[in-house]
Design a protein around this ligand. Sequence first.
Ligand code: ATP
Ligand code: MG
Length: 331
Amino acid sequence: MERMLSAIKPTGQLTLGNYIGALKNFVKYQDDYELYVFVANLHCITVFQEPSELKKNLKDAIALYLAAGLNPDKCTIFLQTDVKEHAELGYIMACNTYMGELNRMTQFKEKMQKKETALTAGLYTYPCLMAADILLYDADYVPVGEDQKQHVELTRDIAIRFNNRYGETFTLPQALVAKVGKRIMSLNDPTKKMSKSEGNDKGCIYLLDDLNVARKKIMSAVTDSYNELKIDHEKQPGLYNLFEIYSSLSGIDPKELLLKHKGQGYGEFKKAVADCVVDELAKLQERYRQIVDSSIVEDVLQNGAQKAQAVARKKLNKVERKIGINIHKRS
Ligand code: ATP
Ligand code: MG
């Protein structure tokens, strides 16, 4: 069975973008791949997180993974810091990555251009840790939203470099980006990605939003003044985004949805999208409530950490031997 790995970082409450671009796909893939999914609690502290909020976001993220349908009998679910090998391989990867490569990462470049202050060294080197996350498990595929494709490509480059230097060690991973829903945009600014850490609450539907609040956000989504339902990314990016959301959640092709709603006004169309979103959130939240107050999360994390660590330990030992820093450990 081919391997697949992915993660979400708990920099805030998970969003509809995370659900459509990542989580929903993980669930789909768990039957056909050996799937490792973790919560990237090291990646999230590259930006300051208030500790008590972070704890809640972490637990919620795992509970939402389970509520979305990830089954711990089919996949391995764990917390990044429970497998210490991630951090060590991350350091080794940083020693095999050039600053020029990190300078080219769009996410970092954008933050530099915005002249954001207090950019941490951790944020700068985070693609190296991400490479370690993936390579530790010899993942063949990494399902991600479009924004993360560049990081998976860098991971490949680092893996190729390492394999050339030290001999065949890592499997080369491939990013898997879904056709629909790869980049859900902010509802009040469809030129920007919906992101949990942007602090743009109006543009962002959180999976645990009150259902009425979620409905209102869809109903007040920015559209355009053409007043005609069309799927036109360039001219009608707000509507396009609503079609993406609607199609991803309903499983119906955007063109079919267009036919179904042709001639309707934007208000009527938005109501249909809102119904679809609210339906999905209601089901998800109901399952979330059953999970979050039980001991399931704890059990899942303990088992997951054990399974993941067995794989990661073996790989890291191999890497240490190849580099020449390990002179006594076996296997
Ligand atoms: P942050 O603002 O902290 O970067 P984020 O919302 O971008 O948060 P991440 O943890 O960086 O979330 O990403 C987790 C996964 O969700 C990744 O696979 C990413 O590509 C995907 N993802 C994030 N935002 C979107 C979006 N708006 N549309 C589709 N996929 C998304
Ligand atoms: Mg992100």
